[in-house]
Design a protein around this ligand. Structure first.
Ligand code: AHR
Length: 519
């Protein structure tokens, strides 16, 4: 490992430099913040969640049922709801993922004891009781004061079934489906803000080609109707990773009736699905490869944005990164199909890096949803029966709350330092700044180097600062994490931020996420 300087670059630049050499930094890194050059609004939807019928994500993680000894309100566990409320979640995507394309919405309505038991064929081949259905999901959305993003079934359902689900939820008259909804306990229509037309139709959602799906999208979307004032944005199922062929096919093939294209990107430490890497106990080589792989999302977004730019320069059609996060090998002792994984300081760093990148793409990136909320992949919460912990990723989400609805402002380093291990280098630090709705300046900094702290001196152009405060999330080890025995091993702490003649001076501990508010 070594940290070294390199010539002028912006913080989001990714480098793989063979045999790169340099000297250790002595002076603070100079960061220039241009509060006088406001950019786009940072959409709150970049802080969305995704909760699928997968493992213990919904059942146990969110829903325990009214008869459970775990304290709950109407079947929703109180501890988890309390913690999620704190995050001010703007939107939740449900019921899948791959599950969406085998879901029959009619299974999840009506008296719970009469709902059919199905098999969750994607995730562990376990029984799906359908106890948690449309009414329960919409109650969750309302409890969290959030918005609903429904993922519809294209893979194994008809356009009629999809259209009728939307009608059931939104009809404001006396149609049979509106009456059925009322009979099932919901008088008023729900507000459905986003509707996904299929999920990963290139894979688990039907193994289609982009051209075939583009035609199907038009067919399904045509019948997705709702009363005026309650029409959801319609999101097409797009590509993943570096592929832009789906974006190309959809952008050129669908001229109207599409508000967004979904895109998925998972961070895999090794970069190989077969052997991904462990959630904890990993070598430094997998620390750096995880961060490097995470930052590739920057290029993937840019490539897809370039395609959309040609067809829709006003950015009316957004990219919906409705699944992102780390994906590790299954934990020993857990059902592999449940995708349960531990969540460490590395995951918080991954989350913060993603946020910083997302902010730069906010014009075209209309939404991002971490996969997934509880007990699945890069979860913000883990549970074990009645016990619950907040993960380092939860803390990253909480620390970045001031960025929601803020206005992007440029924050660039005059000279970048690199953290290098063997033949891999990544920028040592990532920064993002914004002006909040309350007029404060918020600055997020990530120190990617797991060994060395670094100092930053930030010049605030166009902002007159009188006080500053900040919090840092860090720990002794790269894989430090919270456990049910030690739930607060990793949590943010206050740090000292100096203001010297309008300049911010602060030290970023090794492997840390820091958020500073300046007034
Ligand atoms: O989040 C887990 C799975 O990853 C989702 O079901 C699917 O859409 C993706 O492949």
């Amino acid at each position: 490992m070594k940290t070294s300087f390199k010539s002028t670059v912006i913080a989001s630049t990714i480098a793989m430099i063979v045999g790169f050499a340099g000297t250790a930094a002595a002076d603070p890194l100079q960061l220039s913040i241009q509060a006088d050059q406001p950019g786009d609004k940072i959409s709150p939807y970049l802080y969305g969640q995704f909760a699928e019928h997968l493992g213990r994500g919904i059942y146990e993680g969110i829903w325990v049922g009214e008869a459970s000894p775990i304290p709950n309100t109407n079947g929703f566990r109180d501890d988890v709801i309390r913690a999620l409320k704190e995050l001010e979640i703007p939107v939740i995507r449900w019921p899948g993922g791959c599950f969406a394309d085998e879901y029959n919405w009619r299974d999840g309505i009506g008296p719970r004891e009469e709902r059919p038991v199905r098999i969750n064929t994607h995730w562990g081949w376990v029984e799906e009781t359908n106890e948690f259905g449309t009414h329960e999901f919409m109650e969750l959305v309302e409890m969290l004061d959030s918005e609903a993003y429904i993922a519809g079934n294209v893979g194994s359902a008809t356009p009629r079934e999809m259209a009728q689900w939307l009608e059931y939820m939104t009809a404001d008259n006396n149609s049979e489906l509106a009456k059925l909804r009322r009979k099932n306990g919901r008088e008023e229509p729900w507000k459905i803000d986003f509707f996904g037309v299929g999920n990963e139709t290139w894979g688990c959602g039907g193994n289609m080609t982009p051209e075939y799906y583009t035609d199907l999208y038009k067919r399904y979307a045509t019948f997705l109707k709702a009363p005026e004032g309650n029409r959801p944005k319609r999101i097409a199922s797009g590509g993943n990773d570096e592929h832009t062929n789906w974006t190309e096919a959809l952008a050129s093939g669908v001229r109207r009736g599409m508000d967004g294209i979904s895109h998925h990107y998972y961070t895999i430490p090794s970069g190989v699905w077969r052997e991904k890497g462990n959630s904890t106990g990993f070598p430094e080589q997998q620390w750096i490869s995880t961060l490097l792989n995470t930052m590739k999302i920057d290029g993937y977004l840019a490539a897809n944005e370039a395609v959309l730019e040609e067809y829709d320069p006003e950015a009316r059609v957004g990219i919906y990164l409705d699944e992102w996060g780390t994906w590790y090998d299954p934990e020993t002792g857990h059902e592999p199909g449940f995708l349960y994984q531990q969540n460490s300081l590395r995951d918080a760093v991954v989350a913060a890096l993603n946020f910083n990148i997302f902010h730069r793409h906010t014009k075209r990136l209309h939404m991002a949803n971490i996969a997934q909320t509880v007990n699945v992949l890069q979860a913000v919460i883990l549970t074990d029966q009645e016990k619950m912990i907040l993960t380092p990723t939860y803390h990253a989400f909480e620390m970045y709350k001031p960025f929601k609805d803020s206005t992007f402002i440029p924050a660039d380093f005059a000279e970048m330092m690199y953290y290098t291990l063997d033949d891999v280098s990544v920028p040592a630090v990532s920064a993002s700044a914004a002006k909040t709705v309350g007029g404060e300046l918020v600055l997020a900094l990530v120190n990617l180097d797991p060994n060395d702290s670094l100092e930053v001196a930030a010049e605030l152009n166009g902002f007159s600062a009188s006080e500053a405060e900040g919090r840092t999330l860090t720990a002794e080890t790269m894989d430090a994490h919270n456990t049910f025995g030690q739930p607060e091993a990793v949590k943010p702490v206050r740090i000292k931020v100096d203001l010297d003649d309008g300049k911010l001076l602060l030290e970023l501990p090794a492997k840390s996420v820091t958020v500073v508010t300046v007034r």
